[in-house]
Ligand binder design. Sequence first.
Ligand SMILES: [Cu+2]
Length: 305
Amino acid sequence: MKRPRTRRQCLVLATVGVLVASARIATAGAATSATAARQQNVQSTIEFQDQTANGTTVTVASATLPDGGFILIHNESGAVVGRSNYLDAGTHENVEIEPAPGAVSLSSQMQEMRQLLTDTQTQGTMMAMQAQQMPHGAMQQIMNESGEGTVNESGGHQMGGMMNQTQMDQMMSLMFQQMQDRQRMRALMQSMMESGQHQAQMQEMAQLMEQTTMRERQMLMHAADESREQEQMRQMMRHQMQDYAQMRQLMSQMQAQTQQQRSPRPLTAMLHPDANDNRQLEFPGADQPYTRNGDPVSATGRVRA
Ligand SMILES: [Cu+2]
């Protein structure tokens, strides 16, 4: 197995760390004798298994830090790509750590896309429900103001007394959020396409997105129309749901493909003490890794996105 480069670097630093730590214990005297005893009796250990990252987090199965401290995640080149919060002295199980985006893979983009998909669908539903309580003309007005464009001009203006300002504000902010989310989705899709991935599925996604956006506008106008035809609305909602389901399906396909194509990345989880007892990670700096027989206490796992 390939050793992470970080091992030797950390080793040198660790030696310094041990010297600093023993000096600290010596000067602190009796107060730390319990800590010193604990250090002798309890060994620092870490378990970090091969795994498939759950969303954006990796899990350290178990870690024993005799003096408390931190778990750091290093990548192949030794860089710190993730860290735990301060952990009290003792054994901790199933510690979840969120590595920097891209440390595991680009599937964080897919993850974000899925979330955005869910968000925009929820927003669409909320908007349709709100629109049902609004006069058609008011809805038309909102569409114009939000730059969403008009479906037709027949609504006329029924602003003023009939218009509930809170409703209008809510609708506007939903639309604004919706627009931002869709922009973000387009940007994500663009960047994935530029890196040559999933061209065909991305094109279908883009088409479905345009289709659902258009239909959503129609649904809003239809919902705000007092003379609305129920069957037509149900039909649109059905199609909307089918399109969203299809988009989710495409996302799953693409994610599955990504997982197959990408080989897992080796990540190293390493234990670092809190040398200055300030619950702040100082690394590079005072918080050099825990060591055992001169080696940093660490475990390397292959992490799949
Ligand atoms: Cu380290």
